[in-house]
Each structure stands twice: as C-alpha cells, then as structure tokens.
Design a protein around this ligand. Sequence first.
Ligand code: PLP
Length: 229
Amino acid sequence: MTSISTNLQAVRARIRAAAQACGRRPEEVTLVAVSKTWPAVAVREAAAAGLRAFGENYVQEGCAKAEALAELGLEWHFIGPLQSNKTRLVASYFDWVHSVDRLKIAERLSAQRDIHRPPLNVCIQVNVSGEASKSGVAPADVAALARAVAGLPRLRLRGLMCIPEPTQDPAVLAARFGVLRTLRASLADEGLALDTLSMGMSHDLEAAIAAGATMVRVGTAIFGERQRA
Ligand SMILES: *Cc1c(COP(=O)(O)O)cnc(C)c1O
C-alpha cells in the first residue's frame, strides 16, 4: 500500500529530474492531479498533501466534487470531451478548460461565465496524432481558432493541450509533443503569446517536459489504478 503523499513525492521527483535533465526549472511545470473516478475523500487527502489543482473528465462528477470541497479553495480543471449542453455547468464550477476544440463551445463558455468571476482559463486541444486520434482541432486550424477564442470576453486563452496516441516509441512521442511546441512558437510570432502547454500524463511526463510542457496532468501515478477508464 502506498499513500497519495508518497506517490506525490515520487511524481514531484520525476518532474524535478525531467526538468533538470533539459535545463528547465521544476517550478515552470504545474502539476494537475487528475482525480477522475476517485471520490472527494481522495481529493481531500491529495489537497492535504499539498496539491491545489485537480483535473476532471466527467462534468457531473467534477461539479459534484468541486461543490463538496468548495471550502478548500482548490483549482478545478476540466480536461475531458465537452458537449455543448454541458458548457453551463463547466463554466460555473471550473477554473480551467483544457479541451476546447471548436468555436461554438468556446462561445458558449464565454457567454455563460459569470461576469463577477475571473475569466475562464482555456486551452485549445490539438489533434497531434492525425488519423490515430479523433479529438482536438487539426494543427492547420489552430491559428484561426486561437484568434477567435482570444477575442471572447469571458475567456482567457492560456495555451494548447494534447493527448498523443498510446505509443512505446520515444521518437513518435517527442514528435507529437513537438507539434504543440512549434504551434505555440508560431502563434507567438503572429503576436498571440500563450503561457501554457498542457501535455504529459503518468507514463509520458518526462517526454512532455523535455518538449516544453508547462502543465502535466497526472492521475494514476498519484491516485493509483482507476477501476474504470
Ligand atoms: C485520465 C487523463 C489524464 C491522466 O492520465 P494518467 O495516465 O492516469 O496519468 C490526463 N489527461 C487526460 C485528458 C485524461 O483523460
């Protein structure tokens, strides 16, 4: 039996080593703990161990936890597929959305975000794996979507997110993460500066950090194996 705080120490050590290996500062990488499928009590334990940012994939489940743990003042990140009939809940309970992949969703989130709260932080999810993946906008369409999203009043466009297809090949993984880094650089050249690259999970956070990740989304390595996917 390992505890969340023991696991967390190991994950932080991996982040530190990965950052140092490529000459980056570990503080440049924010750890988002992916708590999907885990009960509020596990999130409470992780918060007690020092985690502040939590990622959820399922709207109802995430909102229920955010509400149950409201007094802890945690930061909630929506990282799953988002349908337009669920945007209102996400706009009210979450601080970040990593999975924006079309303008309609972004427009709804902006329209539904309470004007008394800070703008909702968003990332555009990019399909870096071509045919091998369905979710995310194609790299060629990122610039147009980013410009449109950046113009929405109640959103703050922070960056780009990706989930590469499962692969054992380090060269493929590096290439996938590299797509995101290159896109961010070309947006910056156009005058659209973004501070976030959300990439890297339990099994590939080292490769993501080497490619410039500023946010890693880690579930299994902190909470253990999930019962359902
Ligand atoms: C589940 C999930 C994660 C965390 O995956 P682990 O392999 O458990 O670290 C990260 N990002 C997204 C989008 C996820 O759905």
